[in-house]
Design a protein around this ligand. Structure first.
Ligand SMILES: NC(=O)c1ccc[n+]([C@@H]2O[C@H](COP(=O)([O-])OP(=O)(O)OC[C@H]3O[C@@H](n4cnc5c(N)ncnc54)[C@H](O)[C@@H]3O)[C@@H](O)[C@H]2O)c1
Length: 372
């Protein structure tokens, strides 16, 4: 049996429960939330044991279990720390901590106590990401030269988000999402894939901006773009926004053509390859993509809920499996710390990191008469 406890049972916790339900040997032994009403609603819906304090949760959790920290990002550090102090392995929703010094402290503490510390997202363990990684290793597109990855969610401030409700009735936490910002919330969905496939990032050149500041009093940047320089020499451009039209593509551009995935948030999303070719005097990527697959069965899939069809239990189960099999966990503490560092570098870039002030200027151009 793989035992888990859950702290924080808001919007995302239902997605974890739907995912954990795919694993007959996974069991949630205790649940805690500081909001007593939400806690009871969630536990009634899923038939789980509610406890009223953090200490009661620790008392009810068997040793060597993994605690899932599904609280809001501002609480992650404190809760992660409390779990490690109490001697439990932790799977933290992203980010590990909103401050890099705090993330380092958690990483150190976990290492000292010989505990696992992993963070979401875990879609990197899913079929689409793993198939893409294999296609790159197999050289399907030849040598990869450049990556474009987009995590644009559409113009979310105008979306009917007050109608977005989780399965057990938790509202989508719009205010918190706007205050945390789309980079901290979403960059990890492709950063994890890129770091897993290409290794660590050496240098980040990024900019971020708040384009729609009136959506919340403390809104974080709602747009960022980063050029990532990997130790191996690979270069990737990653864009996040809740302003530009929905686009969740990743494209790996190689010498022989382009490997791509269109849906970042779908474990079963198609991985395709478009061969580069010359037809008469034109250079083009094949209009007919070839689907790339791995052999054999992969992992349990969950149906679509809202914007995602992701198995949120892939990370927690990888932790539990690694403990049982006494092997390193793929979602290591080093991986979580590096992910946190790269994400914060992009989020906090602002509009002047590595920027060059222009010395010249010019006036706006007069439109053509027929365009006035
Ligand atoms: N909303 C999504 O679609 C989504 C998807 C993937 C990941 N996530 C991530 O999941 C995490 C939670 O997001 P959410 O959407 O479920 O938020 P939410 O606000 O709906 O739920 C968070 C819950 O945590 C509880 N909580 C906060 N601080 C606490 C504390 N100190 N002790 C105990 N309980 C506490 C809150 O009362 C709330 O019920 C975030 O890190 C977010 O980035 C969210």
């Amino acid at each position: 049996m793989s035992a888990f406890s859950i702290i924080g049972c808001g919007f995302v916790a239902d997605l974890y429960m739907r995912s954990l339900a795919q694993y007959p040997d996974a069991q949630v032994v205790a649940v805690y939330d500081q909001d007593a009403t939400r806690l009871q609603t969630f536990c009634d819906y899923w038939d789980l044991t509610a406890v009223n304090t953090l200490q009661a949760l620790f008392d009810a959790t068997p040793p060597d279990s993994v605690i899932l920290n599904l609280t809001n990002p501002h609480a992650h550090y404190t809760i992660n720390r409390a779990c490690l102090d109490a001697g439990f392995h932790v799977y933290s929703e992203k980010p590990l901590a909103t401050d890099m010094a705090d993330a380092h402290a958690l990483h150190r503490l976990a290492a000292e106590k010989n505990l696992l510390l992993s963070s979401a997202p875990c879609s990197v363990l899913g079929e689409a990401a793993q198939t893409l990684g294999k296609a790159i290793r197999d050289g399907v597109a030849g040598t990869p030269r450049l990556i474009y990855a987009e995590l644009d969610d559409g113009f979310v401030p105008q979306a009917p988000y007050d109608k977005w409700i989780s399965e057990s009735g938790a509202p989508w936490p719009a205010e918190d999402e706007f205050n945390v910002g789309c980079t901290l919330e979403h960059a990890g969905y492709y950063l994890t894939w890129l770091i897993a496939i290409f290794g660590p990032v050496r240098r980040v050149v990024a900019a971020s901006a708040g384009l729609i500041p009136d959506k919340s009093a403390h809104a974080a940047p709602d747009f960022s773009v980063a050029t990532l320089f990997f130790e191996t020499g690979m270069v990737a451009r990653l864009t996040c926004s809740i302003v530009a039209p929905h686009d969740h593509r990743i494209r790996v551009i190689g010498d022989k053509g382009v490997l791509g995935v269109a849906k970042a948030w779908d474990n079963g999303g198609k991985v395709t390859f478009r061969r580069r070719m010359v037809i008469r005097r034109r250079l083009l990527e094949s209009p007919i993509p070839r689907r790339i697959r791995v052999n054999g069965p992969t992992h349990p899939k969950v149906g679509r809920w809202g914007a995602a069809s992701m198995n949120f239990a892939l990370g927690p189960m990888e932790m539990a499996d690694s403990l049982r099999e006494n092997r390193p966990c793929r979602l290591s503490g080093d991986f979580a710390l590096h992910l946190n560092e790269v994400t914060l570098a992009i989020q906090n870039a602002g509009d002047n990191t590595g920027a060059q002030e222009m010395q010249t200027r010019c006036e706006r151009m007069e439109p053509m008469p027929w365009a006035k």
